[in-house]
Design a protein around this ligand. Structure first.
Ligand SMILES: C=C1C[C@]23C[C@H]1CC[C@H]2[C@]1(C)CCC[C@@](C)(C(=O)O)[C@H]1[C@@H]3C(=O)O
Ligand SMILES: O=C(O)CCC(=O)C(=O)O
Ligand SMILES: [Fe+2]
Length: 341
């Protein structure tokens, strides 16, 4: 029986409004029903213009696989710290285990532990560093296999959503799908311990994902909030749904037509919380450039050419991603390019 969502109200930190919509049913899309595809792309367009996020149901991802990914995440995070530190994130790398990013920041540490790794099906070993088996040992070989299947499913769903996003923007249906086909994406497991003073900290602070598209599954505890209509709103967990966020890189790919979603994660006094986040990224050296039609619609380019490698490097070396990452990155890359002239 999934845990009841509503805590005693007086202890609910953060948002007091709840978002249960917009939800897009993908069943018709997978059936190739053009009318249903048009309907889905219309809901997506309205959702991206208003909130920068939507939820999908009948998404084709096996719910047992999602549940397995949560179970293996639970098993990892309950390991003794000494074992988790065997796969700790090394300076300059995004892969591995991190606790509050204390290895990277001195203040405003997020109240969470994370495990991140890359996924690129074009590599002989698609799950980046094969630390599940080679470092954590044979007991975690199955975990590596579960996450390999999970990331495969996430990548497939991401490309379907890219097709629907192209339709919603009125551009060539395959433009974005082909842009991401050979990309190396990021998988991140988030673990948020309970906190006795939940109003004093955040699990993940307000930010827009610098990546292109995020597919997130949160457990039934709840804590994801999006900033929409000038207020923080709780995204009510739906066991069978996946939350889709527009990220900064897609905002540039849409020439600013869609805004990346400002969101955060709050924690609570009572229960630990977990979420699975798959971040779709293009191949690192591919130039991020919107389709010409969208440049004509806006009358000009809203962002300079850049590569995902440039933006990732910026967030890992110079700037902790927040609600203004893309604006600050744009200033940084322009100054870099003019200095090199
Ligand atoms: C490219 C990335 C950087 C972060 C992980 C992925 C996409 C989301 C980014 C992040 C979660 C945004 C909030 C701040 C951050 C430091 C965090 O809380 O983890 C960001 C991630 C990171 O830089 O590790
Ligand atoms: O855990 C959540 O609900 C959100 C996590 C998140 O935004 C992220 O990892 O980028
Ligand atoms: Fe995020």
């Amino acid at each position: 029986m999934p845990r009841r969502f509503v805590w005693p109200k007086q202890d609910l930190v953060g948002a007091h409004q709840e978002l249960t919509e917009p939800v897009v049913d993908l069943e018709g899309f997978f059936r190739g029903d053009e009318e249903a595809i048009k309907q889905a792309s219309d809901i997506i367009k309205a959702a991206c213009l208003q909130h920068g996020f939507f939820q999908v149901i009948n998404h084709g991802v096996d719910l047992n696989l999602i549940s397995l990914a949560h179970d293996h995440m639970h098993n990892f995070f309950k390991l003794p710290t000494c074992d988790k530190l065997r796969v700790r994130r090394m300076p300059g790398s995004i892969w591995g285990y991190s606790s509050g990013h204390a290895d990277r920041y001195l203040s405003k540490l997020p109240w969470k532990e994370t495990l991140s790794f890359g996924y690129n099906e074009n590599c002989p070993n698609p799950i980046g560093i094969d630390f599940f088996k080679s470092t954590l040992g044979k007991d975690f070989e199955q975990t590596g296999l579960v996450y390999l299947k999970y990331c495969e499913a996430m990548k497939g769903l991401s490309l379907s959503i890219m097709e629907l996003l192209a339709i919603s923007l009125g551009v060539d249906r395959g433009y974005y799908k082909s842009f991401f086909e050979d990309g190396c994406s990021i998988m991140r497991c988030n673990f948020y311990p309970p906190c006795q003073e939940p109003g004093l900290i955040l699990g993940t602070g307000p930010h827009r994902d610098p990546t292109s598209l995020t597919i997130l599954h949160q457990d039934q505890v709840g804590g994801l909030e999006v900033f929409s209509d000038n207020v923080w709103q709780t995204v009510r967990p739906r066991q069978s749904a996946l939350v889709i966020n527009i990220g900064d890189t897609f905002m540039a790919l849409s020439n600013g037509t869609y805004k990346s979603c400002l969101h955060r994660a709050v924690v609570n006094k009572y229960e630990e919380r977990r979420s699975l986040a798959f971040f779709l990224c293009p191949k690192e050296d591919k130039v991020v450039r919107p389709p010409l039609d969208l440049v004509c619609n806006q009358g000009r380019r809203m962002y300079p050419d850049f590569t995902w490698s440039d933006l990732l490097h910026f967030t890992q070396k110079y700037y902790r991603a927040d609600d203004a990452t893309l604006q600050n990155f744009t200033k940084w890359i322009i100054s870099l390019k003019s200095a090199s002239l």
